[in-house]
Design a protein around this ligand. Structure first.
Ligand code: CTP
Length: 404
């Protein structure tokens, strides 16, 4: 998760360092935003070293990055610890007079606040009202612990233990993530459409792929909260809004785009109809009819198998990504489509294959579909319905694989 850790100006600010550690050690990406007062207790160097990110508490730093908007927007979770009486009051009033409160106003994900202050401040009617207001808006305001406070005094107002804050924050982040979608914060790369292999400046060898299944996959992944990159060859339909589109024409261009995206991809779905062959030669000028009546002979050469190369790249670079392929099979005298697809799954080495049984009148350009999802673990799941229903099933299968 992308976490923003807001640190208020109280003596308990030092405990936020342990909390930060709990987040980073469990793989979360944390940006720390201390208030001005917090930096009097713990300096920014500590937060930068522990988080691995630059730290600022001013809206006037890195103005070009518009941090007061970006950080809150991008965060899957915002945790404020310690939340002082002052931070609670400013958050409740909707002030945006520093980077932390600006970020809180921009928050789209869950916000968890762990108060720490003197007992009198915690029990003051103003603080009580502020806590009520924040809770009524959906903010999780933890109850402070009871015990020794800064001086000789003791009572409710101690910062809850970092482990306790961590548990509450992760739970809030996860339940919000579940509600938003199973691929929240994940990066999904989908190849779609049909490649075109140039023959001369005006002609190409193409295929009948409409691109509809790939677009439906992009929509399904977006609906699950993923960041979607669509490597798009020729298609009859427009890509959905909200995905990043990389246009390609040939199999070689598609290969470059897909392999280039791998290091930043969590799920790769190869839905494109990639030409297995391309003309050995692309003439610089148009191929003309000849006077002597001899017809041109086109020699084809093999294109790289992009799916197979992606699987090999995953192995070579130990990339933790899920890879899915599509198989269009007709079946023949030797075997039925399912047998061919199982063999293909083995050859390609991907995690699962979506089997389309094709024929003269099936699949290409049609709006509905009937597929079988064949998993490398031996399982198979038939799916029947619109291309979007199929896409939802494929994306859900990928999300389950990712969660393994
Ligand atoms: N694919 C690919 N690169 C290619 C050809 C296909 O990445 N050059 C991908 C497709 O996107 C699809 C899967 O591989 O996900 C299945 O492709 P297909 O052409 O049906 O498989 P082949 O191994 O070529 O098998 P065959 O032609 O023998 O049916």
């Amino acid at each position: 998760m992308r976490v923003v850790l807001g640190v208020g100006g109280g003596i308990a600010a030092y405990k936020a360092a342990s909390l930060l550690r709990l987040f980073t050690e469990s793989g979360h990406d944390v940006t720390v935003i201390p208030t001005d007062a917090a930096t009097r207790f713990v300096g920014t160097a500590t937060w930068e070293a522990l988080s691995g990110h630059p730290v600022s508490n001013s809206v006037w730093d890195d103005v070009d990055k518009v941090n007061h908007v970006r950080l809150g927007h991008e965060a899957d979770l915002i945790v404020v610890a310690p939340a002082t009486a002052d931070v609670l009051a400013r958050a409740a009033a909707g002030l945006a007079n520093d980077l932390l409160t600006g970020t809180l106003l921009m928050a789209r994900g869950p916000v968890v606040m762990a108060p720490a202050m003197h007992t009198e401040m915690w029990q003051h009617a103003a603080t009580r009202a502020n806590v009520e207001t924040l809770r009524s808006r959906g903010v999780t305001v933890l109850d402070p612990a009871s015990g020794r406070l800064t001086g000789a005094d003791s009572g409710p107002g101690r910062l809850p233990e970092p482990a306790e804050i961590f548990t509450a924050a992760i739970a809030a982040g996860q339940s919000a993530g579940d509600a938003r979608g199973s691929l929240q914060g994940r990066r999904v790369t989908i190849s779609a459409g049909g490649t075109r292999e140039a023959l001369d400046p005006v002609r190409f060898l193409g295929n009948r792929s409409s691109g509809k299944q790939g677009m439906a996959l992009a929509e399904a992944a977006l609906a699950q909260g993923a960041h979607v990159t669509l490597v798009l060859a020729h298609a009859e339909v427009a890509p959905p809004a909200g995905c990043e589109v990389v246009r390609v024409e040939s199999a070689l261009q598609l290969r470059e785009a897909v392999l280039g995206a791998l290091p930043t991809t969590d799920v790769l779905i190869m839905a494109a109809a990639v030409a297995d062959f391309r003309p050995a030669e692309v003439t610089a000028t148009k191929i003309k009819k000849t006077e002597d009546g001899t017809d041109p002979v086109i020699t084809l050469v093999r294109n790289p198998d992009v799916l197979r190369e992606a699987v090999l790249a995953r192995e070579a670079d130990a990339l933790p990504l899920v890879i899915a392929g599509f198989a269009a099979e007709t079946g023949d005298a030797a075997a039925d489509p399912l047998t061919h697809a199982r063999a293909k799954l083995g050859r390609k080495g991907c995690d699962f294959l979506v089997l389309n049984v094709v024929g003269p009148d099936r699949v290409f350009g049609k709006d509905s579909n009937e597929v079988t999802i064949l998993d490398a673990d031996g399982g198979s799941e038939p799916v029947r319905g619109s291309k979007r229903v199929v896409a939802d099933a494929v994306v859900a299968h990928a999300a389950r694989r990712l969660a393994r």
